[in-house]
Design a protein around this ligand. Structure first.
Ligand SMILES: [Zn+2]
Length: 316
């Protein structure tokens, strides 16, 4: 406790706050990326889409360990942390001359002291992967956070803006990370359904639930689904397929039936014990549509005893 207080006081004593609210926060199109044109491994919006959202949304630039990090613009180094602890790991903070505040996280080391005036493009640190008390708390990258017109403690740590919107040349195109974080759905359903041989039978995927997905008019659901099936009485095998139906409206009727590829599960179990098999497929449903599962036993006397659904999806 005493040690923690001492460290906090020390940090305050050495930090320099040059916050000047009257300065313009407008710096659009002038900032320098920290390591040039390198891949972005997670966008600012991607950080915000996390569940829970990032406490300090920023842009992650994927760079090799110990890449030089250059100041986005002229300003003064106002904060610096040299330990790997917490989610930030080592960081350095720049109070830009335009009044904005920029933090570079997960460093291997910082190159300039608190209070140093730096110019645009000057090397201020070296990238790393530090965080959570480790030099390798992440994959190697630098995370850049930007606050407009104030410090993070004044504005709130989550209230960053997208650094990429202020870089020279404008933001790079949208990345797949901007897709929403998928919703995960997981059900395990013990059942007992007799499957007649050589006939496709629609089966429920959970108690009282016939459909894997029902998507209303104007909604698009994108995802992947995997089914784990357990059946008794297989001597030959079992076929599995998904079927999608396009509806005229949310309540039907069916306009088009789209039969999907078949997976065949061969009988493997010793007599008396269940055969297990898996079927997986990615999908996109443009509402109004619905999706369900059909099974066909290849021999008589087959009973489906369990169906587990693992589904990851998002709607737009
Ligand atoms: Zn990040």
């Amino acid at each position: 406790m005493l040690l923690a207080t001492g460290l906090a006081l020390g940090a305050t004593a050495f930090s320099v706050d040059l916050f000047s609210p009257q300065l313009s926060a407008n710096a659009a199109g002038t900032y320098l990326r920290p390591c040039g044109d390198v891949p972005i491994s997670s966008t600012w919006q991607g950080h915000r889409n996390r569940k829970p959202p990032s406490g300090e949304p920023g842009t992650d630039y994927a760079v090799a360990m110990r890449s030089p990090i250059r100041a986005a613009t002229g300003g003064v180094i106002v904060d610096r942390k040299d330990t790997t602890d917490s989610a930030t790991g080592r960081y350095i903070a720049l109070r830009a001359d335009d009044g904005n505040y920029i933090r570079y996280l997960h460093l291997a080391s910082s190159a300039v002291a608190i209070g140093t005036r730096v110019s645009r493009g000057q090397v201020i640190a070296y990238s790393g992967a530090s965080g959570f008390g480790s030099e390798t708390g992440y994959g190697s990258h630098v995370h850049v956070s930007l606050w407009l017109g104030g410090t993070p403690s004044q504005l709130g740590f989550p209230n960053t803006v997208n650094f990429e919107n202020l870089v020279d040349g404008g933001p790079v195109p949208i990345y797949p990370e901007d897709d929403p974080v998928p919703t995960h759905q997981s059900t395990d359903f013990a059942t007992s359904v007799a499957l007649p041989a050589n006939t496709w039978t629609t089966v429920a995927v959970a108690a009282g639930q016939l459909y894997l997905a029902i998507v209303g008019n104007g909604i698009v659901e994108t995802g992947d689904v995997s089914l784990n099936l357990k059946a008794n009485g297989l001597t030959t095998g079992l076929q599995v397929r998904l079927v999608a139906e396009k509806l005229a409206s949310n309540s039907g009727p069916v306009v088009t039936t789209l039969v999907q590829p078949v997976t065949e599960i061969r009988a493997t179990a010793a007599a008396g014990s269940p055969t297990q098999g898996q079927h997986a497929q990615s999908y996109q449903l443009v509402g109004p549509m619905r999706l369900f599962v059909q099974l066909m036993a290849l021999n008589s006397g087959v009973t489906l005893t369990g169906i587990s659904v693992r589904k990851n999806y998002w709607t737009s």
